[in-house]
Structure formats: structure tokens, C-alpha cells
Ligand binder design. Structure first.
Ligand SMILES: [Zn+2]
Length: 259
């Protein structure tokens, strides 16, 4: 018998998840679908949009001397439906006069999500911004009062009104505001295109441009905006792509460079 050459397993991820890829030495840029990806030391944390097709994909790693294709596979994940009842019908079917406000707020949020600050030195360990039960997962296909809406762009964590909300990682406050759907909201720029959005707060304790540390208190849990009870909504955005915060935490915290 001859030993077969060992075949390295191709990394896998799911639509709405992330995949960690080891990078060749001296990599300076990593692209997936022509979008620059998050890099931590010799690894890329690649954001996989919800609409990504199942099957084989490649990431492009560039250095000063060469370009390398790094393969990975996207495998299927089934996202459940979730039906929610909101008493204030206006939060499901906004009035014409609300639309101008909603569009202006959406533009502010998209601008914050488009930030691309220098790569973070390290992210491990990332913690949930509050402790509690996840009552709505990322990617749930949601219906409000029976009407279909966009897939859930983050996770909902149930917690008591007034529970402190802590920053999952260091960063700078990109945006704060009181928004139609999201209520009192904070966006944190953690670097490398990684942006957190925290919504439905009862209180905001930070201001734009403020530098914050891991576990800095950002605000308090509430039920402002389109909320059925006190909870924290946390979105993780990587270069404008929302990904599952729980998958992101697992990948970052399991990373080989954990100290
Ligand atoms: Zn939510």
C-alpha cells in the first residue's frame, strides 16, 4: 500500500455566514466578488452574502509579487420563517409622510456601513453585547402582521429593559440616532469594514467619533422603534454585507491566533 497524498479539506461556509481562509505570506489585498475582505494576520474572514449560490467559489489574494486563487465551498442552509405581530400598524405599513424620514435614515446607515477603516490588530475575543436568549436568528424570513419583509439582518437577544449594552470589540462610534424602524441606534466601526449596529435602545451613552474599547457601555436595552418587547438587535456588517453574528463570533474566537 502506498499512502495517498493528503488533500487539504476545502473550507466551507453558508450563505449569510463567513469563512476563514489562510493567506499566502505577504498578502496585501483579499477580494471576494471584487470586494475587499477583512484580514487578521495571515487569515481572511470572508463575508458570504445571503444571495450567494451554493457550490465552489474563489477568493483572490494579492501580494506585491503574485495573485493566488483560494477556493472554498458554499453549502446549503435553510432559513426558517418567523411571524411577528406589531400593534402599531404604521410600523408595518408606514404612511407616505414617514417614507421621507425612512429613506433619509437608510442613507445614513448605508453610509456608515460603507466605512472602511484600517484593519483591526485583533478581534479575538468577541462577546455578545448583552447576555440573553436569542429570540430571532439571523436570516429568518420574517413576516410582520402577515406581510413578508426583508430577511432578519442580525440577531435579537432578549434582555431586561435597562440592561447595559457593551461593545463587542474596540472601535469608533460611526453613527447614533433615533430611527423609524430601529429606534435608538448605534453603529460602531471596528475597522476593516467590520461595523456593528445595535438597535431598539432605551438610552444612548456615546457620541459619534468617540473611541471605545471592548466592553465599553454603549447604551441600555429598550424597545424603541419596531420592537415587540425589550431586546437588543445586533447586526454584523462586513464591507456592507450583513452576516450571522453568531457564526462570526465562532470563527473569530476559534481563530488560530487566539492568545
Ligand atoms: Zn432584530
Amino acid at each position: 500500500m502506498f499512502a495517498l497524498p493528503s488533500i487539504a479539506a476545502i473550507p466551507t461556509g453558508v450563505p449569510g455566514g463567513v469563512v476563514e481562509l489562510r493567506l499566502p505570506q505577504s498578502t496585501t489585498n483579499v477580494f471576494f466578488n471584487e470586494i475587499q475582505q477583512l484580514r487578521l494576520d495571515n487569515r481572511a474572514i470572508v463575508a458570504i452574502p445571503l444571495i450567494t449560490t451554493i457550490g465552489d467559489h474563489v477568493v483572490i489574494a494579492q501580494s506585491a509579487k503574485s495573485t493566488t486563487e483560494l477556493p472554498f465551498e458554499v453549502i446549503e442552509k435553510t432559513y426558517r420563517e418567523q411571524h411577528l405581530t406589531v400593534e402599531n400598524q404604521r410600523l408595518v405599513n408606514p404612511l407616505a409622510e414617514d417614507m421621507k424620514r425612512i429613506q433619509a435614515e437608510s442613507a445614513l446607515i448605508q453610509t456608515a456601513y460603507a466605512r472602511f477603516s484600517p484593519m483591526p490588530k485583533r478581534l479575538n475575543p468577541i462577546a455578545l453585547p448583552v447576555r440573553g436568549i436569542v429570540t430571532s436568528e439571523f436570516g429568518f424570513r420574517r413576516f410582520f402582521n402577515g406581510q413578508p419583509r426583508n430577511p432578519h439582518s442580525g440577531i435579537d437577544i432578549a434582555a431586561e429593559h435597562g440592561t447595559p449594552v457593551k461593545s463587542p470589540a474596540p472601535g469608533v462610534i460611526a453613527l447614533t440616532g433615533n430611527f423609524f424602524f430601529n429606534g435608538n441606534t448605534i453603529l460602531v466601526d471596528h475597522g476593516g469594514g467590520f461595523i456593528s449596529m445595535l438597535c431598539h435602545l432605551s438610552q444612548i451613552n456615546v457620541h459619534p467619533q468617540q473611541q471605545i474599547e471592548r466592553n465599553s457601555i454603549l447604551g441600555m436595552v429598550g424597545a424603541t422603534g419596531r420592537a415587540t418587547g425589550p431586546h437588543l438587535h445586533w447586526s454584523v456588517s462586513l464591507q456592507g454585507t450583513r452576516v450571522d453574528p453568531l457564526i462570526f463570533i465562532d470563527v473569530i474566537n476559534a481563530s488560530a491566533s487566539a492568545e
